[in-house]
Structure formats: structure tokens, C-alpha cells
Design a binder for this molecule. Structure first.
Ligand code: FES
Ligand SMILES: [Fe+2]
Length: 362
């Protein structure tokens, strides 16, 4: 029986039932009830420089083509051929029309079927009735988001994040993608998100990061569909100032967001980055880190990426080890639920409530 109760105050609450972290029913239900009904980060606008540019997304419940059509509009449509379900396009590139590799049915850039060889004599068949299903697309700064179904409005999902980022002086319109790093982790995607949503593990798991943070004042604020980590930096001493990348109280302050269900969005004075957590199986996930810079920093991007990858790899390695350990523990016969630190794990409880509510709509 599921003892998790989203109505409880955090002081009384328990964590999500451990079986949600490894069973295949939850995994399938999440595809439909969470990933299809929320806004998903599909890519960035630079991937679609001209008419006919496309890329495919293969990890959602519906395989997708994201493309730029002749009207310069970004579209998301099914990548599944209406004939016998072959995938139409692979990877990324530029096309004038979409031709199925199986029997050459051809669609235009709006998804409308335009030709199908040797189909004379088929009754009740009119090519004008056949169009690829299309899905909602929204953009913000360099990002392209898609949503497969459901009523969640993009603005409602984003909440005050755009306003808060603008207030700190972050200029969404000019960021350019500069690099990607991917990791496969042997844990359920929620283990990785849980871990991201609390600073409680920083002293034990990230000793180097801990030295930089004012841990006493680290906290998480939750909103309807996202949470924000307030992670002030420790004041630098004369001895440490030299090695510090960012100093507290100078210029725009870093902002760290998590957006339900699987995107982390971090702003720093000289860069922005996203992490996207993609479920692969009930017990594995892929985390994709993308970095963006403003044009004035683009010529430093090689140097920036080398340093950033090195630092990120270290923190990521520490998190991966602990997440994989948690995944093993979650399938223990003796463990069903944990409890939350009221002070440190409110962000995790907020996430569990959202997951529970989406999985079990009333
Ligand atoms: S499956 Fe696409 S043309 Fe047959
Ligand atoms: Fe961590």
C-alpha cells in the first residue's frame, strides 16, 4: 500500500514509495502522465537555422520531429509514418520534404501527406486527410519546449522565472549554445532529481563545493511547478579570493532552478546551463548538460568549456556514485519510505507531491 500522502505537512510526511523507483508500471505511467503532460525541453533554436532544418527527439512517449517550416515557424510533429509506422527522420539535418525510408510516402513541412506510390484502388483513402499529428511548441530565449498533451499552459509552468532572470540582468535573447556533456547513470531519473533538489548532501558528498558555499544560509523555495535553490557563496578571504570564480554580492547573482519534472536551469554571471534528466529504463537515466554563453564570451568558449567540463565532471562523479548507491538501496526488501529533513528537504517533498499528483490524478 502506498503510504505517501501529499496532504501532510513535511514534518509528518514520508517519501514516495520506493517501488516507484524501479517498477515498470510507474515507468510507463510516468511517460504518459508526467512527460507527455508537462513542457519538455526539446532543444535550442540554433539547431534550426533555416527552412527545413530539423532534429528528432526519441525519448518522449511520441517520437518527434522538430523542424522549421516555410513560414519560419517551429513545429513539432510525430516522427511516425502514417502508413506502417516507420520512423521518418533520424538525427538532424535539412530536408525539403519528409520522405519515409520504408515505402517512400512523402509529407510536406507541415506534416501533410503529399504522395504515396502505388496506392491506387485503396478505398476510403484520401491523402488530403492524412497529416502528421502535431504538438504544442513554445520558445523562451534559446530554448524550444514541446508538450504532447494536457492543459498545462507554458506561462503557468514557467511562472516568475523569466521575470526573475530579467531582474538579475540575464539576457535570454542572446545566449548561444556552446557545448554538451552527457552521462548515463544507473538510477531512476527521480533519484537524480531528488539529489539535485537538496543541499543536505553537500557537506558529505561535495567537500570542495561545500567550502565555497555559505551552507548555513542555503535553502530551497518552492513554487507551483518549479523550485529555486538559494545558494549564497561564502565570503572569500584574502587567501581564497584568487581562486574564486564568483564573488558574493558583485553583479548579477547566480540563479538555480529546477522545473518539473526534469529540467535544471542555472544562470551565472558569464554563462547559463541546463541539465535535462531523461529516463531510459526504470533504473537508468541520461543526464544532458548544455552550456550557453553570451556573444561577448564566445571566443573564450574552448577555454571555458575545458575548465567547466573538468569542474562539472568532478561534482557529477560525486553525485553519480551516490545516486547509484541509492538506486541499489531502494530495491531492498526492508526499505519502503524515508522521512524528510524539514529544514533541508522541502524541495524533494515538493517534487514527490507533484509526481504523486500527476501519477494519480483525482
Ligand atoms: S511505413 Fe512509411 S511509407 Fe510505409
Ligand atoms: Fe550533488
Amino acid at each position: 500500500m502506498d503510504q505517501f500522502d501529499p496532504k501532510l505537512d513535511i514534518a509528518d510526511a514520508v517519501t514516495l514509495n520506493s517501488s516507484h523507483y524501479f517498477n515498470s508500471e510507474t515507468h510507463s505511467s510516468e511517460r504518459l502522465n508526467i512527460f507527455a503532460k508537462t513542457w519538455q525541453l526539446a532543444g535550442y533554436a540554433d539547431q534550426l537555422p533555416k527552412t527545413g532544418s530539423f532534429f528528432t527527439v526519441d525519448w518522449l512517449a511520441e517520437p518527434l520531429i522538430i523542424l522549421r517550416d516555410k513560414q519560419n515557424k517551429i513545429r513539432a510533429m510525430s516522427n511516425v509514418c502514417r502508413h506502417r509506422a516507420s520512423l521518418l527522420l533520424n538525427g538532424s539535418g535539412t530536408v525539403a520534404s519528409i520522405r519515409c525510408p520504408y515505402h517512400s510516402w512523402t509529407y510536406d513541412l507541415t506534416g501533410q501527406l503529399t504522395s504515396q506510390p502505388e496506392f491506387e484502388g485503396v478505398k476510403g483513402f484520401d491523402k488530403n486527410d492524412i497529416c502528421q499529428p502535431s504538438y504544442e511548441v513554445a520558445t523562451w530565449g534559446p530554448f524550444i519546449f514541446v508538450k504532447l498533451m494536457g492543459v498545462l499552459r507554458f506561462e503557468e509552468w514557467l511562472g516568475n522565472i523569466p521575470k526573475d532572470a530579467a531582474k538579475q540582468g540575464y539576457d535570454m535573447e542572446h545566449y548561444q549554445f556552446v557545448g554538451r556533456r552527457e552521462y548515463v547513470i544507473e538510477c531512476n531519473w527521480k533519484v537524480y532529481v531528488d539529489n539535485y533538489l537538496e543541499g543536505y548532501h553537500i557537506p558529505a558528498v561535495h567537500p570542495a563545493l561545500f567550502k565555497e558555499l555559505d551552507y548555513a544560509n542555503y535553502r530551497v523555495e518552492t513554487y507551483q511547478y518549479y523550485s529555486e535553490q538559494i545558494a549564497p557563496l561564502r565570503k572569500a578571504t584574502d587567501a581564497t579570493k584568487e581562486n574564486r570564480k564568483y564573488l558574493p554580492g558583485e553583479g548579477p547573482q547566480p540563479l538555480y532552478y529546477w522545473m518539473f519534472p526534469n529540467v535544471m536551469l542555472n544562470f551565472y554571471p558569464d554563462q547559463m546551463h541546463t541539465s535535462l534528466v531523461i529516463p531510459i529504463s526504470p533504473t537508468s537515466c541520461r543526464v544532458v548538460f548544455d552550456w550557453y554563453l553570451l556573444p561577448e564570451h564566445i571566443n573564450e568558449s574552448d577555454d571555458f568549456l575545458a575548465k567547466t567540463f573538468a569542474f562539472n565532471d568532478q561534482v557529477q562523479k560525486e553525485d553519480m556514485e551516490i545516486c547509484e548507491s541509492v538506486q541499489k538501496g531502494l530495491s531492498s526488501l526492508s526499505y519502503k519510505h524515508g522521512r524528510f529533513s524539514v529544514k533541508r528537504e522541502n524541495g524533494v517533498y515538493h517534487f514527490h507531491r507533484l509526481v504523486y499528483t500527476y501519477l494519480d490524478p483525482i
